[in-house]
Design a protein. Structure first.
Length: 544
């Protein structure tokens, strides 16, 4: 491919810097002792680990190096032609390699060290062949196929099966092992298989050339050290000697987000955050939420107003907001704001409601255009009684965008627009108001738990699932008209800078006796720390 980043997306090939490979091998050497070793590198790439592995701890070390790329294997065979007694090269896909050995049940194929940097390929970039291999892998390893949303979990799970009872697995993995649901499920599995698991997070971004950060995982089947899961921050991956590892009581549920971020905070701050979670209510105590409209083809169903008029489809147009970047910094999305947006952005949802012969000639002609483009064959369209009829979700008085850069945002829907599924509509329980919820949302405690309970992907974008959003720590206050006017003024003066908005929110928490100033100072600083860690993954400024 001519685009290097596109190549990375589809092949997952991001090679390990030599100093990092050296540091990982050195760390593993200190754990394995002086004995004959059988080593497996499941995705050898440019061979960064090989020169460090040769003769590791023993001249009798034997290395099996696997890679799917025949050119890679050919070059490494040429480079290491005089090491044929030490290195066995295997050209092929490691997932298939692991499946074959799993099905053969050959215990002689266990390895004392499995080390490397497996490819990171997201599911939407899987080739047809990869999809089939992962289907076979899920069956062979009795692991849910729907949890293999990237290639790396299969590599880690296979390594867990192929390592010896006294062996070590050391892999460079994407940061999402700590932040996404399927990553945490794999981590739970790994903890059940190894006595001690160490995860190292670098202060510097591991792979600045891609929208993906990484961690180093080192897992010991048997360990002479204290058992458990340990997560720590290191200055960089070039030096992995002794460090202050923080034991993490990893768990699913209420405190999972705190535990997985605890290595970033001082112990006293962790205690304060846990205390806060215990005494606060949750977002779910005040509302239910539901995703917005799913069109299955936004470019077809959501058009600019001028285009809709030109097509003669104005009678079918419903106002819709596609994404958060289209709204301003105010916590109210006004009709005036929508009208200005509609002049330049696609904001008209074509709701073609009814049987085709009941629609206008212009609508029937537009449906024919969609069929000529094959849109009616898309999965979600095929599931509808009329493929062109987008299910219309009721617009609510407030909504929150599930993804954000600087911070999550709740907006009052004064313009009465629909939203796409980039947002969740909010329906308040009896006794609470959308205005009160919006006013109460912008505080340090809620923002802190959004950072801890949410997950982030390449580029540092924060995402909250419906469950994560509803589980946020929350303090509700119904504002007077004067308080709400002050709230809007605070947003206006802040100009999108979240710190000034939180100053206002934290002040009413103090004034109403919810929290003390010292406690809030710890919470605010914890939020700054965790947020800055997320945003540096995308190279974004944390003050945005």
């Amino acid at each position: 491919m001519s685009d290097p980043k596109a190549s990375i997306r589809y092949t997952g090939a991001v090679y390990t810097p030599a100093p990092v490979a050296e540091a990982i091998v050195k760390r593993c050497s200190s754990l394995l002792g002086s004995r004959e070793l059988r080593v497996l590198e499941p995705s050898v790439g440019d061979g960064a680990f090989l020169s460090e592995l040769i003769g590791l701890n023993s001249p009798r070390t034997r290395i099996t190096a696997v890679d799917i790329d025949c050119d890679v294997i050919r070059e490494l065979k040429r480079r290491y032609h005089n090491q044929s007694d030490t290195i066995s090269f295997v050209q092929g896909d490691f997932v298939r390699f692991a499946i074959d050995r799993k099905l053969d049940g050959d215990s002689d194929e266990e390895f004392d060290l499995i080390i490397g940097n497996p490819p990171f390929i997201r599911r939407h970039n899987f080739s047809a062949e990869m999809k089939e291999r992962l289907k076979d892998f899920a069956a062979a390893f009795d692991y849910p196929l729907n949890q293999l949303k990237n290639t790396w979990p299969a590599f880690l799970l296979a390594a867990t099966d192929l390592v010896s009872n006294s062996g070590v697995v050391a892999l460079v993995l994407p940061y999402e092992v700590l932040t996404v649901d399927y990553g945490q499920k794999v981590l739970n599995h790994i903890q059940s298989e190894f006595e001690r698991v160490e995860i190292m997070v670098s202060t510097e971004k591991a792979f600045p050339e891609i929208d993906q950060d990484a961690i180093i995982l080192i897992a010991e089947k048997k360990s002479m050290r204290d058992p458990g899961l340990y997560v720590t921050k290191v200055p960089d991956f070039d030096e992995l000697n002794d460090f202050d590892a923080r034991k993490t009581e990893f768990m699913n549920g209420a405190q999972g987000g705190i535990e997985l971020n605890s290595y970033l905070l001082p112990p006293a701050a962790v205690a304060t955050v846990k205390s806060l979670q215990e005494k606060s209510t949750r977002v779910s105590d005040y509302l239910t939420s539901a995703p917005g409209v799913v069109s299955a083809a936004n470019d077809f169903f959501i058009r600019k107003r001028a285009e809709v008029e030109q097509l003669g489809l104005s009678e079918y147009a419903k106002p819709i907001l596609k994404k958060g970047s289209f709204s301003g910094s105010s916590p109210i999305f006004t009709l005036k704001e929508f009208e200005a947006l509609a002049e330049r952005e696609p904001c008209c949802l074509l709701h073609l409601d009814g049987d085709r012969d009941q629609l206008s000639p212009a609508a029937q002609a537009y449906i024919k255009v969609g069929e000529d483009q094959g849109i009616h064959q898309r999965y979600k369209c095929r599931k509808r009684p009329n493929w062109y009829q987008v299910p219309l979700i009721e617009n609510e008085n407030a909504f929150v965008f599930k993804r954000s850069h600087s911070h999550p945002r709740v907006l009052l829907n004064e313009a009465s627009v629909h939203t796409t599924d980039t947002a969740y509509g909010l329906r308040l329980h009896e006794g609470f108001t959308a205005r009160g919820f919006c006013f109460s949302f912008y505080t340090s405690p809620t923002m802190l738990f959004a950072e801890m309970n949410g997950r982030f992907y390449g580029g540092g974008v924060l995402e909250l699932s419906p469950k994560e959003f509803r589980g946020l720590a929350f303090f509700y206050h119904e504002p007077t008209n004067e308080e709400f006017a002050d709230f809007l003024q605070a947003h206006h003066e802040a100009g999108g800078q979240i710190e000034a908005v939180l100053d206002f929110g934290d002040q009413w928490l103090i004034s109403n006796g919810y929290l003390g100033p010292d406690e809030l100072a710890v919470i605010r600083e914890s939020w700054r720390t965790i947020r800055a860690h997320r945003m540096r993954h995308g190279g974004r400024q944390s003050t945005a």
